[in-house]
Design a protein around this ligand. Structure first.
Ligand code: FAD
Ligand code: UDP
Length: 365
């Protein structure tokens, strides 16, 4: 009988396994239906020896000293600030929209923050109550820039118009009046020096932790005795979709190896154009700092079928999630943690924070 069965070897499952095994000295069995640890952050060397991310580009960023310190026990870091260009009107311009974006796109010479803010004010279309992902952007930059940078990308990424999505989705991407072209502005922006998978291996190294891969929870739930369960998969699947299916958005990843040192000028290029089927291309060598004569990139093609990657933030989905959450609260000794189980559009650091908070509630000091 194990003390804890943990379903999912991603951030949520691995953080809780590490804490419970090393701080409480209790036995933990971590299972994953995939054949590897790390969840969606899994990385590996490809056939050509290039470190790539199997489930698309993962860049670690956080404002939390605690979360950074926690993960620093398991990895050294490589400083990395992600920069993204958007392919619009035959140009590559910075996204988030900043002063450089506007100058290049419109042939302007906006010289400072005030001039840029004044320019944006002439284009912005104020929205009285900001509710949707369309409202956020139109309110800040007006309809033309919204259509150019956000509408097509969002329709592809989510299969929905931005007007059908909660404001929190496009609000992830700010508008800037300065020339800061970093994608994130968090205090800590790093990549694990030897990759994510190596970091997960260290997190799961305790003798109190066993890991069983290629193992489906629903096949073994009645066969492996456990005292407590932590479930980090889809909450609707756990309950056999008894109130209906929660929509999750999927992606198909096309990994391509190219015999050139660098394929594109920056880590990620976004393609908001509705005529291009993929949303973005990412080139790992920028993220990892690896030196290699050739390169590997990933194209992301959004899809409604396939592995669940993104909860879809809109009111009706949240309402259905709340019903599952009520069922979850009635399950004795079962805990739901992570992006899929919480149906929240969490970044990696937020999942680590959520898992650490869950640990503190399970074992108050
Ligand atoms: P997951 O990593 O999804 O882990 C859950 C695990 O549970 C999976 O491995 C799954 O196989 C397993 N599982 C589920 N159900 C079962 C079952 N029934 N039986 C057995 N195993 C099961 N975040 C950032 O901070 N920065 C980024 O740059 C970034 N980029 C991203 C890019 C993409 C394309 C995607 C999809 C996400 C990105 N994220 C990024 C978000 C990040 O991936 C998540 O926040 C994080 O990986 C979630 O961790 P988790 O443990 O909750 O879930
Ligand atoms: N987005 C967009 N155009 C862009 C970048 C982002 O429309 O060039 C929108 C899109 O809806 C996307 C959301 O903003 O899903 C959040 O972007 P982010 O880069 O945070 O997405 P993620 O990395 O989580 O896929």
């Amino acid at each position: 009988m194990v003390d804890w069965l943990i379903v999912g070897a991603g951030f949520a499952g691995s953080v809780l396994a590490e804490r419970i095994a090393t701080r409480q000295n209790q036995s933990v069995l971590v299972i994953d239906r995939r054949s590897h640890i790390g969840g969606n952050a899994y990385d590996e060397l490809d056939h050509y020896g290039i470190l790539y991310h199997k489930y698309g580009p993962h860049i670690f960023h956080t404002n939390s000293q605690d979360i950074f310190d926690y993960l620093s026990q398991f990895t050294k870091w490589r400083p990395y600030e992600h920069r993204v260009l958007a392919a619009v009107r035959d140009k590559l311009v910075p996204i988030p929209i900043n002063r450089t974006t506007l100058n290049r796109l419109y042939g302007l010479s906006l010289a400072n923050d005030a001039e840029t803010a004044a320019f944006l004010a002439t284009r912005a279309e104020p929205v009285a109550v900001i509710e949707t992902s369309e409202d956020v952007v139109v309110n800040a930059v007006g309809r033309e820039l919204y259509e150019l940078f956000f509408q097509g990308y969002t329709r592809k990424q989510w299969g929905l118009d931005p007007s059908q999505l909660d404001k929190s989705v496009t609000a992830r991407v700010p508008t800037r009046v300065n020339e800061d072209d970093r994608y994130f502005t968090d205090t800590f922006q790093f990549m694990p020096a030897e990759g994510y998978t190596k970091m997960f291996e260290k997190m799961l190294a305790s003798d109190n932790i066993s890991v069983q891969l290629a193992t489906e929870f629903f096949d073994i739930r009645d066969k492996i005795p456990f005292k407590n369960l932590i479930f980090t998969g889809c909450i609707d699947e756990y309950f056999n979709y008894c109130i209906g299916k929660l929509p999750y958005r999927s992606l198909n990843f096309e990994h391509k190896h190219i015999e050139t040192e660098f394929f594109q000028p920056t880590g990620t290029v976004n393609y908001p154009d509705p005529g291009t089927l993929y949303t973005r291309i990412s080139e790992y060598k920028y993220l990892t700092g690896q030196s290699h004569a050739s390169t590997t990139v990933t194209y992301e093609y959004p899809s409604s079928d396939g592995d669940p990657y993104y909860p879809i933030p809109r009111d009706e989905n949240l309402a259905l999630f709340r019903q599952y959450e009520a069922l979850a609260a009635q399950e004795a000794n079962v805990h739901f943690v992570g992006r899929l189980a919480s149906y929240r559009y969490y970044n990696m650091d937020q999942v680590v924070g959520q898992a650490l908070a869950k640990y503190r509630r399970l074992f108050p000091a």
